[in-house]
Design a protein around this ligand. Structure first.
Ligand code: FES
Ligand SMILES: [Fe+2]
Length: 362
């Protein structure tokens, strides 16, 4: 029985590490404030490089970052009105449709060839650019994660973007598994973790933990009362695929918006909200407080996570059959969800292919 359980957990472990990201969701891909006029950003969703720019009407456009002429990266080109111009021979692509609309050296009477680059549904929300990399027909059916704290003055926001050299299952396991408070013990972020409850549905799983913490900064963040040494609380970590959220009551809410760049690279756009009251007199120093919290607290803690995650990825790549033992049921639940999403997407592609085959004349 034990052997069977171990085998099953090893199977789900490998399936999660090998799972592909389900593109039929909205993914945060870039920060809006980095998209200055004329600037073309580049980012990757699951091995596909993308070029992101704002056209002259103010609309953000996302195209595959590869020119259909010779494959050159379009983000190295320039924005011309509503077009993206390839840096090599100057072919121009319309931002919305991705169609080639001009080739500067066509001779008179020579027709424009049918050439286009894939364009993606895009939205701008929470100061972020969001892309829908999957079936565009599903983009309007799917919602971007709700972040009600955004723009609410009661919440103090610190943002942090990080890159992990690891598969998205590894960084999400890191966030769902609060038993790794040990790693951050120097900062006393949290400890004495107890898993209270797990809930699972086809699109989401969540785990509730009881924790204790006593970081001196906790009072500053509003996470504990002044003068109290140790505080206990309940943290709920949710994984509404593909993003992660974590909340400590109604005083700290964290959103980790994940971008799976490839099977060994992930990006995270972190929004850390806390209900800290900054006295009016200190209001002009908000950006400074934000920067200090980011650099002296968040970055330090997240660096520890990144190091562990990348080490885990490296070990996995060196020996994919190495067996591991897991004891946190929340991890199993998260792995099942990741595998389910992968299977769901592959099944949707297969059914589309079947329909195409059926519709094809013999
Ligand atoms: S490679 Fe892009 S225009 Fe030639
Ligand atoms: Fe951590």
């Amino acid at each position: 029985m034990e052997l069977e359980t171990a085998q099953r957990s090893q199977t789900i472990y490998i399936a999660a590490r090998e799972a592909e990201a389900n593109p039929n969701h909205w993914y945060a891909i870039a920060r809006v404030d980095k998209l200055k006029p004329g600037k073309i950003l580049t980012a990757k969703f699951w091995n596909q490089p993308l070029a992101i720019f704002r056209d002259e009407t103010g609309q953000i456009r996302i195209l595959d970052d590869a020119c259909p002429h010779k494959g050159v990266a379009l983000h190295k080109g320039v924005v011309n009105g509503c077009h993206l111009v390839c840096p090599y021979h100057g072919w121009e692509f319309e931002g919305k449709s991705g169609e080639c609309v001009a080739i500067p050296y066509l001779t008179q009477g020579q027709k424009l060839p049918k050439a286009s680059v894939r364009s993606y549904p895009v939205q701008e929300r929470y100061g972020l650019v969001w892309v829908f990399p999957g079936d565009p027909a599903l983009a309007s059916e799917r919602a971007i994660i709700d972040i009600p704290e955004y723009g609410d003055d009661d919440w103090f926001l610190v943002r942090l973007e990080v890159s992990f050299g690891s598969h998205f299952s590894i960084c999400n396991e890191n966030a769902i598994d609060l038993f790794h408070g040990y790693l951050h013990r120097k900062y006393q972020v949290w400890y004495d973790t107890k898993l209270v409850k797990i809930q699972e549905s086809p699109e989401m799983m969540q785990a509730q933990y009881d924790v204790a913490y006593q970081n001196p900064l906790a009072s500053l963040f509003g996470l504990s009362k002044w003068g109290v040494k140790e505080t206990t609380g309940q943290i709920t970590v949710r994984y509404p695929y593909p993003n992660l959220t974590s909340s400590l009551g109604d005083i700290s809410h964290v959103y980790l918006l994940r971008l799976p760049a490839s099977n060994t690279e992930s990006q995270s756009f972190g929004l850390f909200f806390s209900k800290v009251k900054i006295p009016k007199i200190l209001a002009p120093f908000k950006p400074l407080i934000r920067a200090a919290l980011r650099h002296f607290v968040l970055v330090k803690v997240v660096q520890q996570d990144i190091e562990m995650n990348e080490n885990e990825q490296e070990i996995y790549e060196n020996d994919r059959d190495r067996p591991f033992v897991e004891v946190n049921p929340a991890i199993f639940s998260l792995r099942r969800l990741i595998v389910r999403q992968d299977e769901q997407y592959k099944a949707s592609i297969n059914s589309t292919l079947q329909k195409v085959k059926v519709g094809k004349p013999q």
